[in-house]
Design a protein around this ligand. Structure first.
Ligand SMILES: C[S@@+](CC[C@H](N)C(=O)[O-])C[C@H]1O[C@@H](n2cnc3c(N)ncnc32)[C@H](O)[C@@H]1O
Length: 215
């Protein structure tokens, strides 16, 4: 079992304390991530449920998958305050507790940086989406300049993943989404001015990608 699959309980505790502060800056981005979402939704790596207040009323139900017990507890409280039925369950992106083609929309928010195997996670997200279903993602990604990329590579090879819950700062997540067979429909590039998130967790992307209707 990899470190990512065993979890990061210390980081989870720290994150649960820190997130109310981050959420103030992130609220507009979370709302934009979920604008127009409808139907059955699976959110992977839901954390403390920070996105829950931003789901539109057209959403029928949400399955919120979160591997860390401490974060699940906080997410369960948040689910209880939502008018939308939200079930918070344990699980990891590499093995989602859902049958094939059972959701209209899959959501990741600051998660694809932390999964141990991005390709496996994206294949699972495609598996549980109905043909034509949407992947909505908000992720921090690889920097745009060689100097900053070098800094991200050094951090990723040393302390950062151990200190920040398995996070890797230098991933080209948009390329991984495309490689997984999704059609990219929308991509907004964001930075610290939009989200409050500084380098090395900047820049970020906000995207909509679709599972093709036919293979
Ligand atoms: C930076 S937090 C983001 C939480 C939340 N989505 C948000 O936007 O605030 C990263 C989240 O990914 C989760 N995570 C880490 N590895 C995971 C995996 N292999 N499968 C699913 N979730 C994972 C963590 O437990 C944590 O909740």
């Amino acid at each position: 079992m990899s470190q990512g699959e065993r979890g990061h309980p210390l980081f989870a505790r720290y994150y649960a304390r820190m997130i109310p502060m981050l959420d103030r800056d992130l609220a507009p981005t979370r709302a934009e991530l979920l604008r127009g979402v409808r139907g059955d939704v699976i959110e992977v790596g839901a954390g403390t449920g920070s996105t829950f207040p931003h789901y539109p009323p057209e959403v029928g139900r949400i399955l919120a998958v979160e591997p860390e017990g401490r974060l699940r507890e906080v997410a369960e409280d948040a689910a209880g305050r939502s008018p939308i039925p939200i079930e918070v369950v344990p699980g990891t992106a590499a093995r989602l507790p859902a049958v094939d083609a059972s959701f209209d929309v899959a959501v990741t928010s600051l998660v694809l940086c932390s999964v141990p195997d991005q390709a496996a996670a994206l294949a699972e997200l495609a598996r549980v989406l109905r043909p034509g279903g949407e992947l909505r993602f908000f992720e921090h990604v690889r920097a745009g300049t060689p100097g900053r990329q070098r800094v991200q590579d050094v951090l990723d090879a040393t302390l950062w993943p151990r200190m920040v819950g398995g996070c890797r700062t230098g991933r080209d997540t948009v390329a991984a989404v495309r490689r997984a067979g999704f059609d990219l429909e929308r991509l907004d590039r964001l930075g610290r001015a939009d989200t409050g998130m500084p380098f090395p967790a900047s820049p970020q992307v906000l995207g909509i990608a679709r599972r093709p209707s036919r293979p």
